[in-house]
Design a protein. Structure first.
Length: 141
């Protein structure tokens, strides 16, 4: 299975000068846990809810004065849209991350893959398998 089969397409992207307060509002309003920081269409960082808590709130930074570039996790760990899911999972485990940016052939952001996406797909696959097994067992009777 390819990363492109599981990833969320067109994740929220922001510029490096986006204020942290605006990041928090974007995440809240869109119900997401991260945004990709881009420059010239290419990912340069990722900001997660955890980054906002640890690097802004716990550090007593002014969320109106800090920017995405200041608090983003860098460098971006990314995989190709053509990569196998197994390779993406191995990379996520290697770096100890729960989200990985997916890039196209031009190194532009094509999507994002999260552990939640993987869990959802795994559940769908197990349900599909259960249905197939049930049909198969009924045919044998």
């Amino acid at each position: 299975m390819k990363v492109s089969d599981v990833m969320v397409r067109n994740p929220v992207k922001v510029g490096p000068d986006t204020p942290c307060l605006q990041l928090a509002h974007l995440m809240r309003d869109r119900g997401i846990g991260s945004v990709v920081v881009v420059e010239d269409g290419r990912p340069i960082g990722i900001v997660t809810e955890r980054d906002l808590v640890h690097r802004v709130m716990a550090a007593s930074m002014n969320p109106e004065a800090c920017t995405a570039a200041q608090i983003s996790s860098r460098p971006v760990v990314a995989v190709s849209v053509h990569a196998d899911v197994e390779m993406a999972v191995d990379t996520m485990n290697e770096y100890g991350i729960r989200r990985i940016v997916v890039v196209d052939d031009r190194d532009s952001v094509a999507g994002i893959l999260t552990t939640d996406d993987l869990a959802r797909r795994l559940r769908e696959m197990s349900e599909e398998l259960a249905v197939k097994l049930m049909i198969l067992s009924q045919r044998k009777r």
